[in-house]
Design a protein around this ligand. Structure first.
Ligand code: HSE
Length: 302
């Protein structure tokens, strides 16, 4: 098995580390910086023309990730990505391209970091009918809200620490303004309905207006504030939203703290089931990427 990696940032370097530990051969690493990585190239064509079976995309953002991924699929390479911006904007197009070229486009790490929620929905619950999914889908904002609540840390200090820990996006406004949660909510909506909602149409509110006073007033009632992404099937179609929500102990998501994410799935046969784990960070996310890489082997498919 031979892979190449597009982008050697927090997740890409984690993928490199875990790939080596799993004796997966790394052919090329694309990054524009001068890095001390033997497989480094600054030219995407070196990846495209390489003999890698699978390309891992951990650059983030929509462009040029989309163009690179599409060309890899069209060249007969599997693609594994952690990039929720790419999946939310182009997931349907890229799945179609993968099918047309008889390869796989896998994106487990794009929602919930290390939590294997994509495979839970598409494989484990495939005989069930999922009616509603609600979740804490962003590690950075959950970390900030928890630190403000439990340790009295300011919003700015907590954000700085989330950045230092490698949880936050390159531009953390994607986290704190709710757009990261919004894109993940759209992906979950796609998986439960078969149709990708336009993430730009999902009513989205982040956590920048939440004050310590809001947190304290929720606490006085034995409640907490969580940034929730919710998608549900209704008689009028799929309804989705992203907003800070006051929840009590009766909500299964109440105790999900710091960088942890959790996704509460409601379905016809199973009822409620919840999936919990680290929602961001180098190694948990990279481990989810490598799990997808291993799924692309003939042995895993057989
Ligand atoms: N910035 C994201 C988060 C990374 O904090 O959840 C994982 O998608």
């Amino acid at each position: 098995m031979k892979i190449s990696i597009l982008g050697y940032g927090t997740i890409g370097s984690g993928v490199y580390e875990i790939a080596k530990a799993n004796k997966i051969e790394i052919v090329k690493v694309l990054d524009l910086r001068d890095l001390d990585v033997p497989e480094l190239t600054k030219d995407f064509n070196d990846v495209l023309n390489s003999d890698s079976d699978t390309v891992v995309e951990t650059m983030g953002g929509e462009h040029p990730a989309y163009e690179f991924v599409k060309q890899c699929l069209e060249a007969g390479k599997n693609v594994v990505t952690s990039n929720k911006a790419l999946v939310a904007a182009f997931g349907e197009d890229l799945i179609a391209a993968a099918k047309a070229h008889n390869v796989q486009f896998l994106f487990e790490a794009s929602v919930g970091g290390g939590i294997p929620i994509i495979h839970v929905i598409t494989e484990c619950l495939r005989c069930d009918e999922i009616t509603r999914v609600s979740g804490i889908l962003n590690g950075t904002t959950n970390y900030i809200l928890t630190q403000m609540d439990l340790n009295g840390v300011s919003f700015e200090e907590a954000l700085k620490e989330a950045q230092r820990l490698g949880y936050a996006e390159a531009d953390p406004s994607a986290d704190v303004d709710g757009w990261d949660t919004c894109r993940k909510t759209a992906i979950l909506g796609w998986l439960i309905s078969g149709h990708m909602p336009d993430y730009k149409m999902i009513p989205t509110e982040g956590i920048t207006k939440i004050t310590k006073a809001d947190i304290d007033s929720a606490k006085a009632e034995g409640k907490v504030i969580k940034l929730l992404g919710v998608v549900e099937k209704t008689p009028d179609g799929l309804r989705a939203s992203v907003k800070p929500t006051v929840i009590g102990r009766d909500n299964e998501l109440y105790a999900v703290s710091d960088v942890m994410n959790a996704i509460l799935v409601e379905s016809k046969y199973m009822g409620k089931s919840m999936y919990y784990g680290p929602g961001a960070g180098k190694l948990p996310t990279a481990a989810a990427v490598i799990a997808d890489v291993l799924r692309t082997t003939p042995a895993a498919q057989g």
